[in-house]
Design a protein around this ligand. Structure first.
Ligand SMILES: Cc1cc2nc3c(=O)[nH]c(=O)nc-3n(C[C@H](O)[C@H](O)[C@H](O)COP(=O)(O)OP(=O)(O)OC[C@H]3O[C@@H](n4cnc5c(N)ncnc54)[C@H](O)[C@@H]3O)c2cc1C
Length: 389
């Protein structure tokens, strides 16, 4: 069990914790703390969990390993392996909330040819990653592929809002939805959060420790104002299956992704727009997802048939990215922690990040080596404002 980590240093466990943010990062943190017997208050400004980036109808477990052996590569590799075990515990494969259908990363452009080619020169456990040509790729996914690439047999998709709900269905977690957190105050024994409810009523709450997991909105708190967090809008498209597209039975990724149909619908993702926090669904973004699909898989594009994007459903939300594509995870001040900046792969990184927090907070063995913990550590990544000259 992931929560039965070996005790490294015996720290007195906090009795109470507050977690701000009911997305996958906050729900994972709340779950990890509750598993240690800590009473957790989970605060979110929305009326339901997973209202932000974690609210897509489906997300993929996408481990894009770097070609070099740097700390980002090591982190993504560890996060993927951790996520598979973690999900087996909290959201076992059932074909509705999670599928382990396999995932293909296509060598569909010069960057991917180079990256996947370099990865293929190393030895990988076949259950982790295999390298396939276009013919093998076509057989694996059920639709003709023009390119070969990297095949992840354990890859697949999850329904993030169901994952969030599962993580916090614990009697030790109290959900405070419709509670906007506005300021954080250090007290002699821990932290106090002050805010307003959706009805405009002021509220305040205290706990021994506070974990901030509210993505880019964290920058509104004084204690986080200097962290480099970037907002990146993204939109997915939900497309009706056709008799031809029904044959797709694995996730296909190029410079975008397409998931096999569930309830007669595929999910196509996703666009990227920096410093744009609008969540309106745009036809231009649907067209972009479709154009990407045509480039990485013309046959899948054709299988979906001619459709007017005006008729498509979709969802737009805002990712929070941190420099170097590594989230900020760990201590910010005494009793104050965060798990922020999960970027494009929160489904992969939220679980291991929760265990990193738990290790730091409770003195347990960390799930990552020290060099990676240092890279994740918020205090190593803070950007101090430049003095004006
Ligand atoms: C279009 C798109 C497609 C994506 N596809 C994938 C994918 O296929 N696979 C993958 O792994 N990742 C994917 N991602 C990224 C993934 O969704 C994110 O990394 C992940 O959801 C981040 O989770 P989070 O909990 O950090 O943030 P969020 O889910 O955004 O949660 C933050 C929460 O904080 C709350 N909050 C904010 N401010 C306050 C406040 N002041 N007080 C109280 N509550 C507050 C919000 O209401 C929100 O619920 C995608 C993202 C987008 C946008």
């Amino acid at each position: 069990m992931l929560n039965q980590l070996n005790v490294r240093v015996t720290l007195p466990l906090p009795r109470t914790a507050m977690v701000i943010g009911g997305g996958v990062a906050g729900c994972a943190a709340a779950h990890a703390l509750a598993q240690q017997g800590i009473a957790v208050s989970l605060i979110d400004r929305a009326s339901h969990l997973a209202s932000g980036a974690s609210g897509n109808p489906r997300g993929i477990l996408h481990a894009r390993f770097g070609a070099g052996d740097n700390s980002l590569h090591q982190f993504v590799l560890a996060a993927y392996q951790h996520a598979l075990k973690w999900l087996d515990e909290v959201l076992p494969v059932d074909g509705m909330a999670r599928a382990q259908c396999g995932l293909l990363q296509l060598a569909c452009n010069a960057v991917e040819v180079k990256r996947i080619g370099r990865l293929a020169q190393q030895t990988w456990p076949p259950q982790l990653m295999q390298f396939v040509n276009a013919k093998q790729a076509s057989e694996l996914v059920g639709i003709e592929m023009q390119f070969g690439g990297a095949w992840f047999p354990a890859g697949g998709w999850v329904v993030p809002p169901v994952l969030c709900a599962k993580l916090v269905s614990d009697a030790r977690i109290t959900q405070r939805l419709g509670h906007h957190a506005e300021s954080l105050v250090k007290t002699p024994t821990g932290w106090q959060v002050l805010g307003q409810t959706a009805q405009g009523i002021a509220w305040q709450e205290e706990a021994d420790v506070l974990v901030v997991c509210c993505a880019h909105a964290a920058k509104k708190f004084e204690q986080f104002a200097h962290f480099k967090l970037t907002s990146v809008r993204g939109q997915i498209s939900v497309v009706a299956q056709t008799p031809a597209s029904e044959a797709l039975h694995a996730v296909v990724c190029g410079d975008g992704y397409c998931a096999p149909s569930v309830n007669d619908e595929h999910v196509l993702g996703a666009t990227h727009a920096f410093d744009d926090e609008s969540t309106e669904v745009r036809n231009a973004d649907h067209a972009e997802n479709l154009a990407h699909l045509k480039r990485y898989s013309p046959a899948l594009h054709q299988a979906l048939g001619e459709k007017a994007v005006e008729d498509w459903q979709g969802r737009a939300s805002v990712r929070c990215s941190a420099p170097g594509s590594m989230p900020l995870v760990g201590r910010v001040d005494e009793g104050l922690y965060c798990s922020l900046g999960h970027g494009t792969r929160g489904l992969l990184t939220a679980g291991i990040s929760a265990d990193v927090l738990l290790a730091e907070l409770c003195g347990l063995s960390a799930p990552l080596p020290q060099n990676i913990l240092d890279e994740l550590a918020p205090l190593h990544r803070v950007s101090t404002p430049r003095p004006r000259v």
